[in-house]
Design a protein around this ligand. Structure first.
Ligand code: ATP
Ligand code: MG
Length: 348
C-alpha cells in the first residue's frame, strides 16, 4: 500500500452465538472483493468477556468503533446473560452515542420460492423501510401511578421533535430512486402526526421528481401485503417502522436474507448487521445461513461507495439461491462455510 493513502477502516464485532460463524463468511467475501479495506477486529466484545469483566463495550472499544468508517456486527446476546443489560449496553450505547438515527431495512426478494405471497406477479419486493431510531414511543418517557393496585395508571409518551422528524424524512428522500411513502396515524395521534405531516409536505415540495404518497399505518399494512411491488422507500416513526420492517422482511423471504443498518445520515457512519439474532439453538453446528451477514457487508461497502462490488455480491447471492447452493433454512443442503464459498465462487 502506498504511503499516505487514506484507508477505509471497518470495525468488526462478531459477537455471540452464530454471530462469529456468519461474520467470518462476510469477511471472507469482502476479502475476495479485494477492496483494500482495513479490518479492525473487536472479537472480544461478547458475552464471555461480559461474564468475566462485567463490561460489554469498553471506552477503548467504543473509540475504535467511533473512529472507524463503519461497523459490521454479527449478533449479540447469550442465554448465560439473559436478563442483564449486556446486549443493550452494546447496541444502545452505539446507537445513542453515535447518534445512529436511521434504521435502514432493505427488503428484497431474491427468489420466488422464498415468497409467502400466492400471487406471483406481486412478489418482486425491492424496497427500503426507513425507521426513525431515536425517539417516538420507544424513548422511555412516561411513568406509572398507584402501581400494583386496581387503580394503576401508566403512561408512555411519544416523543417527536422537529429535529428528529426532519432528519429522518430528509434521509428517506436522499436515498429514494422512484418514490417515498410516509406512514403515520395522524388521524388519531394528532400532535406528533401534525408535525410529521407538515414536514412531510414541505420535503415533498422540494422533490418534485419523486413520486410521494402518504398512508395511515392500518391502510399501509393492507397495501403492503396486497401489492408490495408498488413501494420504493417507506419512512415511518420508531414503532410503525419497527412493525413494517418485520412485515417486509417476511414478504421478502424471511430471516435468512434480511439485513439492517443503523446509520448516522450526517457522518455516513453505519452499523450493519443481519436481522437474525444469535440463534443459540443452532450455534456451533455449522449450519447457520451466512447470507444475512454477507448482504450486510454488501450494504456496508455500498454505503461507502463500492456500488459495483455490492451489486456483484447481490448477483452472486441471487444465483446461489436459484441453484439451491444454500443452507437448510433456504431449502439447500450446504453448511455455513460451503454456502459462503458458493457465493464467493460466483464472484470469481
Ligand atoms: P436472539 O435472542 O439473539 O435474537 P433468538 O433465539 O431469538 O436469538 P434468532 O436468531 O432471532 O434467535 O432466530 C430465530 C430462529 O431462526 C431460530 O430458530 C434460529 O435457529 C433461526 N435462525 C436465525 N438465524 C438463522 C440463520 N442465519 N440461519 C439459520 N437459521 C437461523
Ligand atoms: Mg430473536
Amino acid at each position: 500500500r502506498e504511503r499516505g493513502e487514506i484507508l477505509t477502516t471497518i470495525t468488526v464485532i462478531p459477537g455471540d452465538g452464530i454471530g462469529p460463524e456468519v461474520t467470518d463468511q462476510a469477511l471472507r467475501t469482502l476479502d475476495a472483493l479485494d477492496l483494500g479495506l482495513d479490518i479492525d477486529m473487536l472479537d472480544h466484545v461478547n458475552a464471555g468477556t461480559y461474564l468475566e469483566t462485567g463490561e460489554a463495550l469498553t471506552d477503548a472499544d467504543f473509540e475504535r468503533v467511533r473512529t472507524s468508517d463503519s461497523t459490521l456486527l454479527g449478533a449479540v446476546g447469550d442465554p448465560r446473560v439473559a436478563g442483564t443489560d449486556y446486549a443493550r449496553d452494546v447496541l444502545l450505547r452505539l446507537r445513542f452515542d453515535l447518534d445512529l438515527y436511521v434504521n435502514y431495512r432493505p427488503a428484497k426478494l431474491f427468489h420466488d420460492r422464498l415468497s409467502p405471497l400466492r400471487d406471483e406477479t406481486r412478489r418482486a419486493v425491492d424496497c427500503v423501510i426507513v425507521r426513525e431510531n431515536t425517539e417516538g414511543l420507544y424513548a422511555g418517557m412516561g411513568g406509572v401511578l398507584r402501581k400494583q393496585t386496581p387503580f394503576e395508571m401508566t403512561m408512555d409518551a411519544e416523543i417527536n421533535t422537529h429535529h428528529g422528524v426532519s432528519r429522518i424524512v430528509d434521509f428517506a428522500f436522499s436515498i429514494a430512486r422512484r418514490s417515498v411513502c410516509m406512514v403515520d396515524k395522524s388521524n388519531a395521534v394528532k400532535f406528533g402526526g401534525q408535525l410529521w405531516q407538515r414536514y412531510w409536505r414541505e420535503a415533498a415540495g422540494r422533490h418534485p421528481r419523486l413520486e410521494t404518497s402518504h398512508l395511515y399505518v392500518d391502510a399501509a399494512v393492507m397495501k403492503l401485503v396486497e401489492d408490495p411491488t408498488r413501494f420504493d422507500v417507506i419512512v415511518a416513526n420508531n414503532s410503525y417502522g419497527d412493525i413494517l420492517s418485520d412485515l417486509m422482511a417476511e414478504l421478502a423471504g424471511g430471516l435468512g436474507t434480511a439485513t439492517s443498518a443503523n446509520i448516522n445520515g450526517d457522518t455516513g457512519f453505519g452499523l450493519f448487521e443481519p436481522v437474525h439474532g444469535t440463534a443459540p439453538d443452532i450455534a456451533g453446528k455449522g449450519i447457520a445461513n451466512p447470507i444475512g451477514a454477507i448482504l450486510s457487508a454488501a450494504l456496508l461497502i455500498e454505503r461507502l461507495g463500492h456500488t459495483a462490488a455490492a451489486a456483484a455480491v447481490r448477483e452472486s447471492v441471487n444465483s446461489a439461491i436459484a441453484q439451491r447452493r444454500v443452507t437448510p433454512d433456504l431449502g439447500g443442503e450446504l453448511g455455513t462455510v460451503d454456502a459462503g464459498e458458493a457465493i464467493r465462487a460466483g464472484l470469481r
